[in-house]
Design a protein around this ligand. Sequence first.
Ligand code: PLP
Length: 475
Amino acid sequence: MAETLDPEDWAEMRRVLHAAVDDVVDHMAGLRERPVWRPMPPAVRTLPEEPLPTAGMPIADVLATVRDVMLPHATGNAHPRFFGWVHGSGNAAGVLGELLAAAMNCNNGGRDHVGIYVERAVLAWCRTIFGFPAEATGVLTTGTSMANLLALRTALVAARARHPQAPLDAFTAYASTEAHSCILKAMRVIGFADTSLRLVPVDRDFRAIPSALAALIDGDTAAGLIPFCAVATAGTVNTAAIDPLAALRHVTAERGLWLHVDGAFGAMAVLSTSHRASIEPVADADSLSFDFHKWLHVPYDAGCVLVRDGAAHRDAFALRPSYLETQGSGPAGGSPWFCDYGLELSRGLRALKVWTTIKAHGTDRLGRQIQKNIDQAQRLAALVDASDELELAAPCSLNIVCLRYVAAGRVGDTDAIVARLYDSGVAVPSTTVIGGNKVIRVNITNHRTEDADLELLVLAVVEAGRALSVTRAPD
Ligand SMILES: *Cc1c(COP(=O)(O)O)cnc(C)c1O
């Protein structure tokens, strides 16, 4: 038989795949028993030094290496006491989708096959979740960074079509001082100098001030510039603040600006009961970015952008030379193609793990998990408030609690406290700077977290703080 890459013995392949499934289930079911994170051992650190394999290795041995060296040393975000940055914690239904998607090996850039319909189904569900109209287009992305880039380019192309003579540096965009760094990155990628992104000041709750946005826009317009887009954030990365979306929509609509909402994790709070009302105004935005891999717990990576004006979205990206022509029917049919709505031509069936996650759990259950985390953040904030040795560094508005160790004239060394938590494997929060102070930042986007995990975290911070605090300089 001629050589291919298929297994010589499908029965052996079946045994190895079954064994892999057993390893995966053991891994997921036993998460709580293991440290959240551990320092990378030599077997991991030397991986990049391994020579290129010119000859293959039995697939069972490949699995053994992944099981022994890699599975135990993942990021840790699946663990119930992972509270760093904003990470989703994954879910078994998503793992199923990822396995099946790899076997199907669809290219979702376009053409006519089931993968396209799965992605369209997911996008239709998202339009329903966020109240976007049926004409709105969208595309699944690696994450919100890419989704924001696609949205900003779409806004810019739409504005330039209205001002064809104006040079690029006449256009200006707006985002609050709390906006994610990927907004500035996106501005750079679409050709702007950093100064073209105007920073809108925030209030005491870290929310963009609508009147300040209006003043900035009006000032720029008076100076002959062309304000084209304002970015609101639903759930800022530092403190999970939700910008006043309806008021910002009002300011931008009056002045003819595109309103984009970065809802990376916070937008999904529309599925909660407590925060539905503050997120619902995203339905009036021109575009919205969000992640499935954060608060919906789809395995990395999966994000999305929705664009109200589908024609504007297509105009920003469609480009089809003859070798990519669509036909009415057959495998080259299936118009519209997703490659016309983003940068990528070849794209995986990322949509399937989103589809299996939403199908298996339903939005009611997913929403209950989001609400649970919101309630847990309030509980943690109350524990911090009640402690003589801890203080809140920012108001808790959604799912993020920022705190400091401060006791009787002593202030904790935040970096050292967090390093001790990491090394002990007990919990993984992250840090940020609020009001000039380095603080411990606890983000709860984790369906496995229980209240007892928060109590354990508080105990561990207090214990570390007692050992690692210094005398506070007089204010
Ligand atoms: C996480 C995050 C991003 C970036 O999203 P990625 O999926 O990591 O690319 C952007 N904005 C906010 C508010 C975020 O929390």
